[in-house]
Ligand binder design. Structure first.
Ligand code: HEC
Ligand code: HEC
Length: 336
């Protein structure tokens, strides 16, 4: 009797396992990495595709991105990439948009507040491996011809950012190799795509691969768009028709501005919670220059003023005109 129960239990367990296997490993490839699914459907391997991500390379890349330097293959600690920044000063390393096909800065701000993330001018490295173009759209206005090779290559855009955005230097081959392998380790997985039951049916069907590829590619962002917003026509009045919400502005001040402008942050300019600091912003609504919130947010500062430490600008997808008005309303409230 016992034997029969055992056999029954074993066969039930087998059924469950193989049903699961059918859903995940036969309809989908035997791994849950997005890049491997795409390649199995006939997509070309990108040049940044890394065949053998080893734990050692991933860790070396992680250290370079988080600490700005790492122990190289020769066993010695390499020099800093930048004296001023780590990649994490400007780029998050985890999911930052609650819906990964939408670039909604307010949804991202709420998500940052809930998940203890910074609200930063540049995009996350999570899923950067799965994008197909970089430094998109209006970045050509800022970096000119430099973005032409960068927009087509993750390797080139990594080098551009290490040298120019970080006010640093070009990476050695071993450093670039480690960072690309680290990106690979934080690429999207099939689970991140939120496939519906009907999507799964298409994936299990004998529909042509092109159709399956198009379906999968509609489920995540193949690029991070960037539109440089226009300043309000009248900076003293602000953006016409938008009314600022100071509570939302407080979140922006704390999760974004103070991410860099705090004690020990990447900028020596302290933006604290003192009335005087808010007054300085308020007194500059009618002046052009770095302390005018529209100028600083829309243009950042430039590294070429003899100060290699600079502030990146925020594209509209990273901070909306409404959010700038929210920040302004918070400044006005705190300056009182
Ligand atoms: C001072 C801020 C800053 C620092 C530091 C920085 N970056 Fe960036 N990075 C940016 C901005 C701004 C962009 C513009 C595109 C975007 O990400 O929105 C960018 C873009 C990129 C892109 C292209 C992303 C895309 O999808 O368009 C890569 C790759 C990149 N950086 C790698 C790095 C690496 C690697 C480091 C560290 C060695 C680094 N960055 C440090 C600000 C920075
Ligand atoms: C990624 C880091 C970073 C973020 C985020 C950031 N800043 Fe900056 N900011 C800097 C750096 C670096 C400088 C240049 C400091 C220097 O000149 O040494 C700067 C310069 C400034 C200046 C010019 C100060 C001066 O006297 O020259 C102002 C004002 C300023 N930031 C305000 C803001 C505000 C407001 C926000 C939020 C909307 C913000 N910053 C977000 C890094 C950042």
């Amino acid at each position: 009797m016992k034997k029969i129960t055992l056999i029954l239990a074993a066969s039930l367990a087998f059924k469950l396992i193989s049903w699961n296997a059918y859903d995940n490993f036969i309809a989908f490839p035997p791994t849950d990495k997005l890049s491997d699914l795409l390649i199995s459907l006939g997509d070309e391997k990108p040049t940044h595709y890394r065949e053998n991500p080893t734990a050692e390379l991933i860790e070396r890349g992680r250290a370079l991105v988080h600490n700005g330097k790492a122990i190289g293959p020769d066993g010695k600690m390499g020099p800093f990439i930048s004296k001023y920044f780590a990649c994490t000063s400007c780029h998050n390393q985890v999911q930052e948009d609650p819906i990964i096909t939408k670039f909604d800065p307010q949804a991202r701000l709420d998500y940052a507040a809930e998940n203890d993330l910074k609200f930063l001018p540049a995009t996350t490295f999570w899923g950067i491996y799965n994008r197909e173009s970089w430094y998109n759209d209006d970045y050509i206005l800022k970096y000119g011809d430099l973005v032409v090779p960068a927009s087509k290559s993750l390797e080139e855009s990594t080098q551009l950012c290490a040298k120019v955005c970080s006010s640093g230097r070009y990476l050695e081959d071993w450093e670039l190799e480690a960072i690309l392998t680290y990106y690979e380790s934080i690429q999207l997985t099939i689970n991140d795509l939120d496939l519906t039951e009907s999507d799964r049916e298409v994936m299990r069907s004998d529909a042509p691969n092109e159709e399956k590829l198009a379906l999968i590619k509609s489920k995540y962002a193949t690029k991070s768009p960037a539109t440089f917003p226009k300043a309000p026509e009248n900076k003293i009045a602000g953006y016409a028709g938008l009314i600022g919400n100071p509570a939302n502005g407080k979140k922006i001040y704390e999760l974004s501005c103070q991410a860099c402008h705090q004690d020990g942050g990447v900028s020596p300019i302290l933006l604290d919670d003192a009335k005087l600091t808010f007054k300085k912003f308020k007194n500059n609504f009618n002046k052009n220059g770095d302390w005018n919130i529209y100028d600083i947010i829309l243009h950042g500062t430039y590294a070429d003023k003899g100060k290699p430490r600079y502030m990146p600008l925020y594209p509209e997808e990273r901070m909306s005109p409404q959010q700038i008005e929210d920040l302004r309303a918070y400044i006005v409230q705190e300056a009182r």
